[in-house]
Design a binder for this molecule. Structure first.
Ligand code: HAM
Length: 507
């Protein structure tokens, strides 16, 4: 049996549906933020990544898939999106052809020859954004908030945003010297790679995977102590805008990131849900003001992030988030005779083109076996064709849940399906609300399921809540007092302290 390469995955079935759902949320989020989709080649000249990401980084020295093509050109499978996007920005002169700043997003596979483990793959998928042409600290903060909002939209709660600043070139150089002074006496205690890093790029010692638990690294100087005034002010602005954007964050003075192109803001968003393991960085990024120049373009500031889709799905699973994935098909068309089959072919096509999710029979099963197949596929409605009905321009349609069957005129079919499926859709959404609130806002409710509480946080749906908790729910529903209560709170917990006219028990 031929098997897939190590560190790669086949994504299909329910997993495939989750990926598709996440991609849909990404596309809709990007539309709102006005980022344009970009697709760059999966392989590029090695120079793009080797120069762009830095020749001393672990990714470039140990993890790139490099090969020589049949024309003797040195090529590399992309290990990340940023350097390729910047190459494209320069090659296509986007700085002159597109409105500034240029805001791009991508979603595709990347390749890193890493030691495969949970959350660490050789073929990984990243969604990322790059904002090129603005040095305003607001763009750093907004980029961070895009990532946070994606996670929130999907319902993730257990995340932590960590930020730091590496400062401008002057600050980075001062920091680099401070690191050299600090590490010099300890050189013999560091791994062979770190000795080399000491000469070429001492910052890279800080993200060494071998020495990561070494006390020497833990006590190393921090970037913030070496920021010049301008960089400090810039970082303060980033923090101010993060607060305006309501992003909770903490400063991690040890955060330096493993790629060379960063300066000023760097950040990582971690999953803090039990069971995730050590590869818990869901997404990460930062500012890279020198990269466009480094790859041969005009001096252009840039900032962006990328998030691993595999790790994101893992976090959704570990937080038990049920995505609104519709697996059931809407209509199953059944037939037996050849004339019925001909009619079925036309009907199935026209229903699909009208927007319905339709299945039919492909393998010549008996009618009884077709009923079973329809059940397996979770069909909501069954259209049972028979020659006699068709001669009268009619067909039978059965609700597969209630088993109620009606005979309707062919001309009426589309209206009928529209109506019954809309009713089902409303019912489905109500059930969804009951199961779990995924709005991602801060909810004090600690019940995991069947709460449906859309209470004190910002979800305004306020509908369909049947929460019966006794305290601290903040739920605004289920109160019979309606208009009588000036505060709008319900019977079980009114803390408003105002003159409340509501006379329910316990108030
Ligand atoms: P990165 O930190 O190398 O940054 O990767 C970003 C994200 O990709 C990680 O946080 C993680 O979720 C995911 N990831 C990375 N390596 C693996 C792996 N081996 N297996 C599974 N997931 C992985 C970048 O790639 C930068 N280009 C981000 C950026 C964009 N900075 C500015 N713009």
């Amino acid at each position: 049996m031929i098997i897939k390469p190590k560190g790669c995955h086949d994504i299909y079935g329910i997993e495939g549906k989750k990926w598709q759902y996440v991609n849909k949320v990404i596309d809709s989020l990007m539309e709102k933020y006005n980022y344009e989709f970009i697709r760059t080649p999966i392989f590029e000249s090695s120079e793009v990544f080797h120069r762009g990401m830095g020749n001393t980084t672990d990714v470039v020295t140990k993890e790139t898939y490099d090969f020589t093509d049949r024309g003797d050109r040195k090529m590399t499978l992309r290990p990340e999106g940023t350097a390729g996007i910047v190459r494209s920005y320069i090659e296509n002169k986007m700085y002159g052809n597109m409105p500034n700043p240029v805001k791009l997003y991508y979603n595709g596979t990347m390749y890193r020859y890493e030691r495969p483990q949970s959350g660490r793959d050789r073929e990984l998928t990243q969604f990322g954004i790059e904002l090129l042409g603005s040095d305003d600290p607001y763009s750093d903060s907004e980029v961070i908030s895009v990532a946070v909002n994606l996670y929130k939209m999907l319902g993730l709660r257990e995340i932590k945003v960590k930020i730091n600043s590496l400062g401008d070139n002057e600050s980075r150089n001062n920091y680099r010297e401070a690191l050299k002074d600090y590490f010099r006496p300890y050189l013999s205690e560091l791994c062979p790679d770190c000795k080399e890093r000491f000469e070429k790029n001492p910052l890279r010692i800080l993200d060494c995977k071998v020495d990561k638990d070494n006390e020497i690294l833990k006590n190393a100087p921090i970037t913030l102590d070496y920021l010049n005034e301008e960089s400090k002010e810039r970082f303060d602005k980033v923090r101010e805008y993060l607060e305006a954007l309501e992003v909770d964050y903490e400063i991690d003075p040890k955060l330096v990131r493993g790629l060379d192109y960063y300066n000023h803001t760097v950040f990582e968003i971690e999953a803090h849900v039990e069971g995730f393991g050590s590869n818990n960085v869901l997404g990460a990024g930062g500012r890279y003001n020198g990269l466009v120049e480094l790859l041969g373009g005009p001096s252009t500031p840039g900032v962006g992030f990328a998030c691993g889709i595999g790790r994101l799905i893992m976090a959704l699973d570990l937080e038990n988030i049920k995505l609104p994935i519709k697996e059931d098909i809407e209509v199953f068309v059944m037939y037996v005779s050849d004339t019925e089959k001909n009619y079925a072919a036309t009907l199935v096509q026209s229903l699909r083109m009208s927007g319905f999710r339709v299945e039919t029979e492909y393998t010549g099963r008996s009618l009884k076996a077709q009923f079973k197949q329809a059940d397996r596929l979770g069909a909501k409605y069954l259209i049972i064709l028979n020659d006699e009905d068709l001669r009268r321009n009619e067909l039978k349609i059965k609700n597969n849940k209630t088993k109620e069957e009606v005979t309707i005129g062919l001309d009426y079919l589309l209206y009928y399906l529209d109506e019954v499926l809309l009713e089902d859709e409303i019912e489905y959404k109500e059930e969804e609300y009951m199961e779990r609130c995924t709005c991602g806002d801060e909810c004090n409710c600690t019940e995991e399921k069947h709460c449906g509480c859309m209470g004190e946080h910002n979800c305004n749906c306020g509908e369909h809540c049947e929460c019966t908790h006794e305290d601290n729910c903040g739920c605004l529903d289920g109160c019979d007092c309606d208009d009588d209560c000036c505060c709008g709170h319900n019977e079980h917990e009114c803390h408003c302290g105002e003159d409340c006219k509501c006379h329910h028990e316990g108030e």
